[in-house]
Design a protein around this ligand. Structure first.
Ligand SMILES: Nc1nc2c(ncn2[C@@H]2O[C@H](COP(=O)(O)OP(=O)(O)OP(=O)(O)O)[C@@H](O)[C@H]2O)c(=O)[nH]1
Ligand SMILES: [Mg+2]
Length: 389
């Protein structure tokens, strides 16, 4: 495995803020209740999480008791802070020592910017479930968020290539946890632009309203068609606006992650295997089907002509190329104008090398056959979508 596909992720923050709980819910199938029996983490617990075979996250869960903190900043400074792709820093919103917590965060941020300037910083303000009732407008969260952003701006000024800083309110008791971690995974996938472009093409061709891909183990959403994952209503593309995507639940992906994971746990208890999901509502079909060995594709359609079996057929037809595109692949051999254009525009490190690329007789993946070429629905190798009218 190339080192480019291994990404180091630091998980830091004060003791009891919820670092190991998050890791266990997302990667080890714990329920939120199960985390009550976790003990404090001693020093650094490293684990490798493989996503889709080709991308490995090296998670460094750094115990947050005072006894370890100085050690990270002094004796282990180089070991901890070099080569970091993302720092996930967890705050406890209920902490009575906010000043001290922020001060310690500042020291970590400084060490990170010195040793891994381009690392992304994801700040998760956790245990929101404990304060939401007293502070429904989340004024305290907004205040703390502003303070952290200002601090990052100050410490990143003058740093070339400083990575982004994102802040999320989270709780292990609801889907907000999935939203934050999906955003990290999305950031870490090298071919994310390529995957997004293919999903958008697939959506348009098959007349779906929205298409998304989930990682098969964690059920985190990795990518979606059209506008960015956390786009506001004004950022939706024309296709999405026309098909009413703005009216869909803003938390739909995190909710799918949470529901499917808990349903799968039930399946495991009863010895069943979770294979997929489909629902046919009035004027809306939702299908969740395996796409590649470790991913699922979610397709939402609002076109009354489309049925679940048509959607499933289209998903199965796109599988081969989605496997080829992968998460980390950097040499492309199948003729496809989406790959060609995206590599040219956004991926200077990648190579698009297709024999006969300019030969019109070589069929590209995204060539849509004319009506007379359309093969019957049981044909293999054709990428004809099951809706072209
Ligand atoms: N209410 C609530 N409790 C949480 C949340 N996240 C974690 N907890 C609880 O907080 C306690 C401590 O969580 P841990 O995950 O062990 O904390 P940690 O950050 O790993 O602590 P160290 O390993 O000592 O650094 C556990 O009892 C969890 O159940 C949350 O979002 N809401
Ligand atoms: Mg811990």
């Amino acid at each position: 495995m190339s080192s480019a596909s291994r990404r180091k992720v630091l998980l830091m923050g004060k003791s009891g803020s919820g670092k190991t709980s998050m890791r266990s819910v997302i990667f080890s199938n714990y329920t939120a209740k199960d985390t009550r029996r976790l003990g404090a983490t001693i020093d650094v617990e490293q684990s490798a999480v493989r996503l889709l075979g080709s991308l490995v996250l090296n998670l460094w869960d750094c115990g947050g008791q005072d006894a370890f903190l100085d050690n990270y900043l002094v004796a282990q400074r180089d070991t901890i802070f070099t080569n970091v792709a993302v720092l996930i820093y967890v705050f406890d919103i209920t902490s009575s020592e906010w000043e001290k917590d922020v001060h310690y965060f500042e020291d970590n941020l400084q060490a990170l910017r010195e040793n891994s300037a381009d690392a992304g910083i994801w700040v998760l303000i956790n245990k929101m479930d404990l304060v939401d009732k007293e502070d429904p407008k989340r004024l305290m969260y907004a205040e703390r968020r502003a303070e952290i952003l200002a601090m990052n701006e100050r410490l990143s000024a003058g740093v070339d290539n400083a990575g982004p800083c994102r802040i999320f309110p989270t709780s292990i008791w609801d889907e907000s946890l999935y939203k934050a971690w999906s955003s990290v995974i999305h950031y870490l996938i090298p071919n994310i632009k390529l995957i997004t472009e293919h999903l958008t093409y697939f959506r348009d061709l098959t007349k779906a309203a929205e298409v998304a891909v989930f990682e098969g183990e964690t059920f985190l959403v990795m990518a979606k068609s059209g506008s960015p994952l956390d786009a506001a209503e004004v950022e939706l593309d024309e296709w999405e606006s026309e098909r009413g995507v703005g009216r869909l639940d803003r938390q739909r992906f995190e909710k799918v992650s949470e529901i499917i994971k808990s349903f799968r746990r039930t399946c495991q208890r009863t010895g069943e295997q979770f294979l997929g999901f489909e629902a046919d509502f009035d004027g809306c079909v939702v299908v969740l089907e395996p796409l590649t060995r470790n991913t699922f594709m979610l397709v939402i359609t609002t076109d009354p002509r489309l049925t679940a079996s048509m959607v499933k057929y289209n998903i199965s037809q796109s599988t081969i190329h989605f496997v080829e595109v992968g998460l980390t692949v950097s040499t492309f051999h199948r003729k496809c104008s989406i790959c060609r254009d995206t590599v040219k525009k956004y991926m200077p490190h990648a190579v698009y090398d297709v024999e006969g690329d300019d030969d019109p007789n070589v069929v590209a993946w995204d060539d849509v056959p004319v009506e007379s070429d359309v093969k019957p629905a049981n044909g293999t190798g054709s990428h004809t979508p099951a809706s072209q009218s």
